[in-house]
Write a protein that binds this ligand. Structure first.
Ligand code: DOR
Length: 433
């Protein structure tokens, strides 16, 4: 990823940056890979006329599966980062449930080198908390950190033993690594979908909400006791969101939810289509509403996509047999904008906070357009309506739960370090002599 040395002036966009308090039509000058100046009437040789568009800090996704190493048929660093850029994401955290699993320093350093050469956006490596994600032996977190690890996570699986998880938190804390936790109790999560009315009607075994809630409660209690920096990912139930709220001031804890848990429900189980299998499962409307409310009120800090590419052969199956997971990067902003912002359930400013400022704070030094910040930004046409079409997905996979849906709000350009990494308006960059 190169940082652009050439100057670029983005003129006339509505700039919205909750962190620096910007919410107005103005100009932004990018130079030497950073935001150099914000103000009306900026002049310069290289400019991008952005009248009618919104300019946001680049989005930050702390939860993505780019399937490298091992499943490059589903996604690579190249295609995953291109999909991220197409969704306005300028920083991403890659999850370690690859093949091999990212649990050894040599794998981490290899990934760091490949990111440097192949990624269009900034990418950070999450390593496994336990060797092989088996929830038994802790990984050598200090050595993994030296090799370039950013955080630890057993994502894809919940850690089943509270004792093992407690030790993991203590070690992660001494290694100075945040822990991202997928909270799922596998003694309760025995089904393929949420254990509700649609599952019963379809005759598909379900997992109760308590599978998530029990594991979330355990994680939060242990976070409080150990003092580890813990992030609860993909919160999907009303009670788990409430638990996060209770522990917020008692532990060093943050939490996210996903675009799909904010916009879709388990009604889709009735289609019997393997496309709609995901972990944690889509929940009933009440959970969707309460999780959205928790995001609105800041109990849930931010949105993360859980971008999980899968091949057609793994998804085009009955629900019980399909691989769990959805593509997320390319539709995240538009889906939440369409379902929540345009329906007055969430303000645009809170959405930008949840997609840029708050996760940017979590990874550090990202998510703002303040002068001196990295020139990472997303240019969006809020009025553009578009249909999600499989042949237009940038990801190497096609498993978006929004296929065929009309969404409003579309990325026009994404800039990382001052360089356009996604560009649907190349013609707008006017070179003035
Ligand atoms: O649905 C999911 N898919 N949830 C996860 O936690 C893992 C992910 C994957 O890796 O496919």
């Amino acid at each position: 990823m190169r940082e652009a040395s050439r100057e670029l002036i983005i003129r006339g966009a509505h700039v919205l940056d909750p962190l620096s308090g910007l919410d107005e039509v103005t100009d932004v000058r990018l130079a030497a890979g950073r935001v150099a100046e914000v103000g009306a009437g900026l002049r310069g040789a290289r400019r991008l006329d952005a009248d009618g568009l919104h300019l946001f800090p680049g989005f930050v996704d702390v939860h993505a599966h780019w399937r490298t190493p091992g499943r490059e048929d589903e996604e690579t660093i190249e295609t995953g980062s291109a999909a991220a850029a197409a969704g306005g994401f300028t920083s991403v955290v890659m999850m370690p449930n690859t093949d091999p699993i990212v649990d050894k320093p040599v794998i981490v350093s290899g990934l760091v080198r490949r990111i440097e050469n192949e990624s269009r956006v900034r990418a950070h490596v999450s390593v496994a908390l336990h060797e092989g994600l088996r929830g038994e032996r802790l990984t050598e977190m200090r050595l993994l950190k030296e090799a370039g690890a950013f955080c630890v996570s057993d994502d894809g699986l919940g850690t089943q033993s509270a004792g093992v998880l407690r030790n993991g938190m203590l070690y992660a804390k001494t290694a100075g690594l945040p822990v991202i936790l997928h909270c799922e109790d596998h003694t309760l999560a025995t089904g393929a979908v949420h254990d509700g009315v649609p599952a019963a009607l379809a005759g598909i075994p379900g997992s109760p909400a308590s599978a998530e809630d029990a594991a979330t409660a355990t994680a939060l209690v242990l976070a409080t006791e150990t003092g580890a920096k813990v992030h609860i990912t993909h919160v999907s139930t009303a009670l788990s969101a409430g638990l996060v709220g209770y522990f917020k001031d008692r532990a060093d804890v943050t939490a996210d939810t996903t675009p799909h848990h904010l916009t879709l429900t388990d009604e889709l189980v009735g289609t019997l289509d393997g496309m709609y299998r995901v972990n944690p499962p889509l929940r009933p409307e009440k959970h969707r509403r309460d999780v959205g409310e928790a995001l609105r009120g800041g109990i849930l800090d931010f949105v993360a996509t859980d971008h999980a590419p899968h091949s057609l052969s793994e998804k085009d199956l009955p629900l019980e047999e399909a691989a769990p997971g959805f593509l997320g990067h390319e539709t995240a902003f538009a889906a939440i904008h369409t379902e929540l912002v345009l329906k007055d359930k969430l303000s645009l400013s809170r959405l930008i906070e949840a997609m840029a400022s708050a996760p940017g704070r979590w990874i550090g030094g990202a998510g703002t357009l303040g002068v001196g910040a990295p020139a990472d930004l997303a240019l969006v046409d809020l009025s553009e309506e578009w249909t999600v079409r499989p042949e237009e997905m940038v990801s190497r996979s096609r498993n978006s739960p929004y296929l065929g849906q009309k969404l409003r709000g579309r990325l026009v350009g994404t800039v990382v370090g001052g360089e356009l990494v996604y560009d649907r308006i190349g013609e707008r960059v006017g070179e003035r002599v």
